[in-house]
Design a protein around this ligand. Structure first.
Ligand code: G3P
Ligand code: CA
Length: 251
């Protein structure tokens, strides 16, 4: 549970694995999540979208083209189309045949391994779709193991209205008024780019003064980790959770 993390107690940022341990295993797959959990990540970040027939699957892009051996937009493919894809061979022959996991698969992993998800909803989700995601999360008893996040304002409103009990955070492409953004969606925090926070460090105090958290993305450089830890961010999303965990442990 993220709240009990020794890093949090020590005032260190949480280690958040971006798409799993995506430097060492294919992004958004179970091997990447397993590697991240073993490397000491506090939170596992994944992206979800849904198929034409409503299966919630773990994928970053709108289309399967970049990260699988198939083509097409996920919302136009069926769940059986998606299940047949190889989401590992593009990364390394060692991972050939690794499937795109469903959210159901990931929730099995999360409950079995005592992990917590930072679950990014990609594109626009209606209240009905969010209700389906919530029902799946509840069927695993995993409501306390999931923090939802999105850039999309329709999705954030759906999360607020259809899943009020699920913690949520607002992703922002640019820092405008982070506190107002979080308050609009009754969120626990607001998540900007790490580089934007490095250019405007006082924003972290503003966010904390409003009683909010901030998890910044996506930062792989130790000098930047130092600046962000110094600014007091609550979490750092990284492609190198193994290295960030090691760096914090040696601090
Ligand atoms: O956690 C935030 C980060 O994942 C947002 O960017 O494009 O990698 O989903 P993206
Ligand atoms: Ca993401």
């Amino acid at each position: 549970d993220a709240a009990a993390s020794p890093r949090e107690v020590a005032g260190q940022p949480l280690v958040i694995a971006h798409r799993g341990n995506s430097s060492l295993a294919p992004e958004n797959t179970l091997p990447a999540l397993d590697s991240a959990a073993r490397s000491g990540a506090d939170l596992l970040e994944i992206d979800v979208d849904y198929t034409r027939d409503g299966e919630i699957v773990v994928l970053h892009d709108d289309s399967v083209d970049r990260t699988t051996d198939g083509t097409g937009n996920v919302r136009e493919l069926t769940s059986s189309d998606v299940r047949a894809l190889d989401a590992g061979g593009w990364f390394s022959p060692l991972y050939a045949g690794t499937p795109i996991p469903t959210l159901d698969d990931v929730l099995d992993f999360v409950t079995a391994s005592d992990a917590t998800l930072l679950l990014e909803f990609k594109s626009s989700w209606s209240e009905r779709r969010i209700g389906e995601a919530l029902a799946l999360i509840e069927s695993h008893g995993a409501e306390d193991r999931v923090i939802a996040q999105s850039f999309d304002t329709t999705t954030l409103a759906s999360l607020r209205d259809a899943a009020p009990g699920l913690a949520r955070m607002v992703l922002v492409d640019e820092i405008d008024d982070p506190v107002a953004s979080a308050e609009e969606f009754d969120a626990i925090g607001v998540n900007p780019r790490g580089e934007d926070v490095l250019g405007r460090r006082e924003i972290v105090d503003e966010i904390h003064d409003a009683g909010l958290l901030t998890y910044v993305w996506t930062v792989d450089d130790a000098q930047d980790w130092a600046g962000l830890a110094d600014a007091g961010v609550d979490g750092i999303v990284t492609n190198r959770p193994d290295r960030l965990a090691g760096w914090l442990a040696s601090d």
